[in-house]
Design a binder for this molecule. Structure first.
Ligand SMILES: [Zn+2]
Length: 306
């Protein structure tokens, strides 16, 4: 009996340390009015995924998401124009949280770490936000890696949610005929009949954004659901932005999809639907991380010429 109790105590102790080891906090207090999340995880950066979260502001003290050791530090404020690895990251610090999680902080202005000190504790501000590297205005870009760098995860998955009641905004669907100079695009507006002539099967793209807490930021929603329906087919699918996995062929969203599978430039690629002559219906629902959602219906009256 005594042994069992002893065993249980040790077990609970270990369980507690595991739970504590996986608690994380924001590097900057996002509940403050002027500390805005201006970019979310998984957004298109034209030819690659945005693999972290951006918080706007100059000279803001940055805290570690959890206590940790310095894994990498590259600071050369005399040469802020130099592009570092990863490209455009500027002055940077990476921390190792001793549980497979790493975190990284880019575009820094200044750091406060004394020589020969390697450990940063939870309530210790170690740097200030700035504008070094490729950055359009002072902000912190930070990211969280899991499994010793194998995955870049959506920080919203392990940090507290922001306070935001504004649902994403679904703008329109479109067909794109790619061109070196300017893509030729056909816009499909919601809630009314769109007459379309198709000369070959083409994928459908979506223009959508999430305004966040204030309405003038254009971020990516967390999840897109779509239902496609005509007199032959009913199909439903979704895209979420959970993690990017480092694989031989590069970063893949949720371990499966390369950038070109998900985006064309800044448009979200849905798929090449099996259209039939006449009316086809596409219903899009977009969610932000707080489950605020909006839905739009699109009617495509298709004339097939193939
Ligand atoms: Zn960023």
């Amino acid at each position: 009996m005594h042994l069992i109790r002893k065993f249980l105590t040790i077990f609970i102790f270990i369980l507690n340390s595991i739970i504590i080891a996986n608690e994380f906090s924001w590097p900057i207090d996002i509940s403050k009015e002027n500390h805005l999340i201006t970019s979310t995880f998984g957004e298109s950066r034209y030819d690659h995924f945005h693999a972290g979260i951006d918080i706007s502001g100059d000279n803001l003290p940055i805290y570690p998401i959890q206590e940790g050791n310095i894994l990498y530090l590259d600071f050369n404020s005399m040469h802020t124009h130099i592009n570092r690895f990863p490209s455009g990251s500027g002055n940077q610090i990476w921390l190792d949280h001793n549980n497979g999680y790493w975190s990284g902080y880019f575009h820094l202005k200044k750091f406060f770490i004394p020589d020969k000190k390697f450990r940063i504790s939870l309530n210790e501000s170690f740097a200030l936000t700035g504008n070094t590297g490729r950055s359009m205005g002072a902000h912190l870009h930070f990211f969280i890696l899991q499994d010793y760098g194998r995955k870049i995860i959506n920080p919203f998955q392990i940090l507290s949610k922001e306070i935001d009641e504004n649902p994403p905004i679904i703008e329109y669907l479109l067909f794109i005929i790619p061109d070196k100079e300017n893509d030729h695009i056909t816009i499909i507006v919601p809630e009314e009949e769109n007459h379309i002539r198709l000369t070959q099967p083409r994928p459908i793209y979506l223009k959508v954004h999430d305004p966040g807490r204030i309405k003038n930021t254009k971020r990516m929603p967390y999840k897109i659901e779509y239902i496609f329906k005509n007199n032959k087919t009913l199909e439903q699918s979704s895209i979420t932005f959970d993690y990017l996995e480092n694989q031989e062929e590069g970063l893949k969203l949720n371990g499966k999809y390369k950038f070109n599978h998900i985006y064309h430039r800044n448009y979200l690629k849905l798929k090449t639907f099996d259209f039939t002559e006449g009316k086809n219906f596409i219903t899009i629902t977009a969610y932000d991380i707080n489950q605020n959602k909006s839905t739009k219906k699109f009617i495509l009256n298709i004339k097939k010429e193939y």
